[in-house]
Design a protein around this ligand. Structure first.
Ligand code: MG
Length: 503
């Protein structure tokens, strides 16, 4: 077989796998949005069978050999084909490294842990959840050993979500963030400015909220003929067959003007990434998102950096006034900007503002890394949680429900996932730094609701690049600077020093 024939074989296999996965995506989307309660059992079986079909097809040793061959000798391949081979071979090697019994045990344990976590949280009983958590961390340590590592056993776990990211790169960034964020959060707590945001909890007709959400999606540039907006318990985005079929969801709350609106902006950011993926390379790594962190950077870019900026609120408020004149008639854009950006420490991560959010993530990162590195034990978690909350946010949970039991990630076995949220914030700020230098009049464009030039920039520099470069390298190529927390810290300081009149 010559190189061309080998590559054709591989490309066909990749495409088939990606189509099978897209069916899995559709099953999952349907489960969250449409499935009648009695369909749950059948859906679990459909999903499990499909997952095992995909796994079997993926670990096909014949294909592994072909990929390995092409990876070692890529003469005759185009540069982008070389990327496809390199990245899929990387995925393949990770997939075959794990012993099947470990994979099975993880799936079994996390499915039991899910219901145990829901129950423990309801009863505020961490002790009942402890054995599950201990088992999960033990299995994840075994997973790390199977993958292998040179520095920290946390590295290969992190790599599952953020390829090529390591604790060695991350730790100094985290220290820099802590040094900047903890004093900023404290200065805001001690500021004399207090912001009254009661107006956000008046009664906002849900049908009107739905119209606003659809309008915003469209304004941001989401292609309505390649997407849907539906309802589910928690907002999410899934690329079913990107870039042609991307679904997002939200929930509506009559007593909350912001929840649906900003979750739709957030999920639209994810959808824009999926819709911007390379049409010529569907089914291959060149048409896949780079990492979870980069995906999150796209949602946080629109949700926070654009969506909570002053120019955006000058654009948004007249639209809201047209729908709710009775409540918002006399609201000024300046006041609205301050209300939207109110900072207040909250015990719950998903309710955190821009200033506190990363501190929540840092706390979780430090705890899960210490557990994997065997520096602490599961039994220590509630106390460590309280201690760090006090140190970083100045508040303490009264119980484990508002503390160590609040997130589902550990019960799902997602160890190494939390840092991707933080990385998303940092990538977004570093991209924004460069966008403001490349596009001269961003403020006036945003005020007019013209997001096209910004989206085109992201399309060209990030979305169309697929998995061509490791994240760090892409960030450096695109922004001209090494990856750093400084861009995010500068962005926050300028914004919040003004809002809270900090000297
Ligand atoms: Mg997200």
């Amino acid at each position: 077989m010559n190189t061309r024939t080998k590559y054709k074989e591989c490309a066909k296999w990749m495409k088939e796998l990606s189509i099978l996965s897209s069916v899995g995506g559709l099953l999952a989307w349907d489960q969250e949005t449409m499935l009648p309660p009695k369909g749950t059992m059948g859906r679990a079986e459909q999903s499990a069978i499909l997952a095992s079909v995909i796994h079997e097809k993926f670990i096909d040793s014949q294909m592994g050999k072909l990929l390995g061959n092409l990876a070692r000798n890529s003469k005759g391949l185009t540069p982008l084909e070389t990327v496809n081979v390199r990245e899929r071979y990387r995925d393949y090697k990770k997939a075959i490294t794990l012993p099947p019994d470990l994979v099975k045990e993880l799936a079994h344990t996390t499915s039991l842990a899910q219901s145990a976590w829901i129950d423990a949280r309801k009863k505020n009983n961490f002790r009942a959840f402890r054995p599950y958590l201990k088992k999960i961390f033990d299995l994840k340590k075994r997973q790390a050993e199977a993958y292998g590592y040179s520095d920290s056993p946390y590295d290969p776990l992190l790599d599952d979500y953020e390829p090529n990211m390591t604790t060695q790169i991350l730790d100094p960034v985290i220290e820099q963030l802590k040094t900047g964020l903890i004093p900023l959060a404290k200065a805001i707590r001690e500021s004399e400015i207090s912001i009254d945001d009661k107006v956000l909890r008046r009664r906002y007709d849900v049908e009107k909220q739905k119209t606003i959400c659809h309008d915003i999606m469209q304004a941001l540039g989401v292609d309505g003929t390649a997407s849907r907006l539906d309802q589910s318990a928690h907002p999410f985005c899934v690329g079913i067959f990107s870039p042609y079929d991307v679904r997002i969801t939200t929930t509506y709350d009559e007593r909350d003007l912001l929840h649906a609106l900003y979750s739709v902006i957030h999920e639209s950011g994810h959808a824009l990434y999926e819709q911007g993926l390379n049409k010529k390379h569907i089914g291959t790594p060149m048409s896949e998102s780079l990492s979870i962190g980069m995906h999150e950077s796209q949602s946080r870019f629109w949700d926070n950096i654009i969506g909570r900026s002053k120019p955006f609120l000058y654009f948004l408020l007249p639209n809201l006034k047209a729908k709710y004149p009775g409540i918002l008639k006399s609201m000024s854009s300046e006041t609205f900007y301050r209300i939207i950006n109110k900072v207040e420490p909250n015990l719950i991560r998903i309710k955190a503002d821009e200033v506190h959010y990363n501190l929540h993530v840092i706390l979780r990162y430090e705890l899960e890394k210490d557990l994997i590195e065997e520096k602490i034990e599961v039994v220590d978690l509630p106390e460590m949680w309280k201690f760090k909350m006090e140190e970083y946010l100045g508040i303490q949970p009264k119980n484990d429900k508002e503390g160590v039991l609040q997130d589902t990630h550990w019960a799902l076995g997602l160890i190494g996932y939390f840092p991707t949220y933080l990385l998303g914030n940092l990538y977004a700020a570093q991209l924004w730094y460069k966008i403001q230098r490349d596009i001269k009049n961003t403020d006036s464009l945003i005020t007019k609701g013209e997001f096209g030039p910004i989206l085109s920039w992201l399309r060209k520099k990030v979305h169309l690049q697929g998995r061509r470069y490791p994240v760090n390298e892409l960030i450096k190529r695109v922004s001209g600077k090494d990856f750093s927390a400084q861009f995010f810290l500068d962005y926050l300081k300028i914004k919040y020093n003004e809002i809270y009149r900090i000297k």
